[in-house]
Every structure is written in structure tokens, then in C-alpha cells.
Design a protein around this ligand. Sequence first.
Ligand SMILES: Cc1ncc(COP(=O)(O)O)c(C=O)c1O
Length: 335
Amino acid sequence: MAVAGGAPREHIVVHGVNKSSADLKAAVDHAGTIVVDNLTELHRIADQFPISNYQLPNLWLRLLPGVAVETHHTHTQTGQHDSKFGMTSAEIMEAAQFCKMNNLPLNGIHFHQGSNFRDATPLKAAIELGLDLAEEIGFKDDWHFSPGGGWGVAYHEDELPQPDPNEYVRVIAENVIEGCKTHRLPLPHLHLEPGRSLVARAGVAVYKVGAIKKRGDKVWILTDGGMTDNPRHAMYGARYSCLSVSSPGAERSEKVSIAGPYCESGDVVIEDLLMPKIEIGELIAIPASGAYHLSMSSNYNGSRKPTVLLLEAGQARVIQRRETIEDLMRRDQAI
Ligand SMILES: Cc1ncc(COP(=O)(O)O)c(C=O)c1O
């Protein structure tokens, strides 16, 4: 997809926790960098692509720093000591030794501690550990350091103000500059990997209300989309806010929960949110739906992914059409 989008080789960095041989082949063919997640993967690269026959992309090693950032759920943390991601310090040194012995183009260290955090403090200990290892490996000029991404956004009014990206960049830049001085390392090419903080607020999900039910203390607003286009609440209790499209500023007087049409009780997008009075047939809008939303969607219950519109300068343009029944059956074979 990156190649189809016109990304040059040197801008393509391939991450992944258990890359298949096909993934590695695609990376060798098209990427500037492979971020090696584990020793098995490193050995597989050396076996599958002997340097006598292949020009390998740069290799960075993914460090498991043993320190996570604070997020709202453990499923969005990745840096903790028992996480599935990356290598321990001892494994990093073993990998670096292997690269040296086999002339592999190792030139960087990466870590990623979790997603949607707003306190950058835990980055400091991980940067320090990353620089310790960079010094021990003996990187000289032209090395790369990537403290990942994960800077957060506010999804709900009570999470305002928005986390300030300047704070994230400041903590990283100051700690890398100071750390390189004390470790006598040349300054690296520094790579930041923000995803959500760049794109989440560019997306708004619009649903149509089809039915409303009162059950005990709950008011269910039932919409035409849910866990298949946005599984984040079902997966890890993500929170969102919601507005009436026709009267976004209306007073919020009623506590409601917003759920989809799929046959799971977990098919809920928002729980217990104060909303204005909503009528059947109305459109409602969920802001900050531009990250980890349609990219996580599924066809569960035969659901078809929605149309995506680009809104620009007062114009709306379809940039992805709605899926059809034919799309759902395209891969099926007659028996
Ligand atoms: C290695 C790596 N870098 C960067 C990101 C981007 O995270 P976010 O969108 O939270 O900034 C992710 C997300 O999972 C990731 O796995």
C-alpha cells in the first residue's frame, strides 16, 4: 500500500511482531528499513536473503524497554516487561553481535511503549536504556534512533485540553541530546512515529439512529454501525463523545448508550454519555474517528464497510465506496 501510495523506499519502515517470509520479502524488495522484532526473525532474514545475493534494507533492533507509558487500558501498552513486542537488552546485544559477525546492515534502535498517552515521563528511562545499548553496540556516525509513537488525543470533552505535541517532542529531543552527550554518542537521525495524534481528529463517523429503547436505567440509541466499523470500545473500552448532526450545540440532558445492529452485547460504541434529545432517523456524529477506526473494521455479520467521504473546501468527495454483497463474496470459490 505504501508503494502504491508513492512512498519512496527510504521512507518505508517495516514493523511487525511475527513477520512472515512473504512480509520479509516485501520489505527487502521495497523498504528502506526493517525493524527486527526478535532473534528468530533476524536469523530468518540472514538465511532467506544472503548478503552475497541481496542488498538488504537497513536493520534496526526493536528494544523491549520494560517500561510502559500510562494508557487507559493494558491492551494499549507495549513497553512493559512481559509484552509480546521486541527484545530484551540481552537479546539486543546478541542480535547486534550476530549482525556484526554476518555483516548485516544494523544501524538503529527502536522502541514503542504504548498508544494514546499524554505523560511523556516514561520515555526518559526507555531513551536512557536505548542509548546505553547504542553505546555498547558502538554506533558511530549515521545511526538511527526511534522512540516510537503513541502521543494521545482527547476523544471526550473531559479529556481536554488536547495533549500538546510540543511537550512530546521536547521530552524526546532534550533526553536524546543530553543522553548522547553523556554516552559520547553522535546525535542520531531521530525518528518519531506519531499516528493517532496526526490523523485521529481528521475523521468523523456519522451514524443514522434506527431505534431507541429504554431498558432499566439505560437508554439505548441503536445505529446503523458499531463494532464492525469501530471495535475500539469492544476491544478495550475506548471512550468517545457524540453530537447531534442537526443541532451540535444543543443542551445535553439525557444519559444514553450508543450501540450497533450486530448480534453481540459487546457491540457498543459509547456507554453512558450525556446527549441532547435524539429522535429516530437523526444523524449523529462521533468526532476523533480518524485513527484505529475503519482500519480495524471487519465484515462480521455480513456487514459492509461504509462510504468514506473527503470533505475539503466545502465540497464532499467519495474516496472509498461502500462495500457491496459482491465484495463480501469475492474470495469465495464454487465447490
Ligand atoms: C511501532 C509503532 N509505532 C508507532 C505507532 C503509532 O502509534 P499511535 O498511533 O498511538 O501514535 C504504533 C501503533 O501501534 C506502533 O506499533
